[in-house]
Design a protein around this ligand. Sequence first.
Ligand SMILES: [Zn+2]
Length: 276
Amino acid sequence: MKRILFTLFISLVLFPVIARADISAPIKILLVPGHDNEVWGAQYGNIKEAAMNLAVATRIYNILKKDKRFEVHITRDSRGYTKKFADYFSGQGDDIASFIESAKKEMQKKIESGNFVEKPNPPHNRAGEDMVNRLYGFNKWANENGIDAVIHIHFNDYPRPYKWTIGKYKGFAIYIPDGQFVNSKESALLAANVLMELDKKYAISNYPPEVLGLVSDQKLIAVGANNTLSASVRSMLIEYAYVYEKKMRNYATRHQIYKNVAELTAAGIKNYFFPK
Ligand SMILES: [Zn+2]
């Protein structure tokens, strides 16, 4: 609880302005269940992370879809990428490539001129080239379609020698854009609202880089690396639990986790956009 208070204190001190009145309804949300059927991210036993992510994202989608104040989009379903995104990737390949190239050039200029300071980031698995293009593609699509928040849904693992052993870390963490990115302030506030909800039932990660719960990051494309998300597009990447945790290893408890974290995440999103 102390950590939560600390995190909230930091968010409120750094980001005292809560100006959401300018957002016009409906609030547009893009849900990105992490990874896909070809490259499925983490795995423990025969349970693949991509399937866990989809299970939670689908539940959040169904909750928000029932609420008229939201317009909700999702990048894939049980059959793979939804038509909208499959078409976008096949039709926009060249445009996505130049979007990436110019964002990287722009960032390089900022670094060289001292307008952007690089910091060490927690270790992440490097995405393959196809996934890199898709992740930047989601950012481009979100900018073009007036998305108010992009939410990436994941389960966690960390670099360790034997993937089939049970790791030593557990708990959830939310990655947010580094403070130098244009969408950082409102993203942090949105994430703080979701963190407060998840904290009601679950513990924050005990992995050292994640112990504050909110983890700012420069390298994750999902949260807008190279400033690829517009100021109005909030972003966060939620790691709900480590894939090997006891509660994830049993069918019944795992499905209960899916249900609970989806409800808590949707509640946090609603609390942020429509404060009581
Ligand atoms: Zn993942």
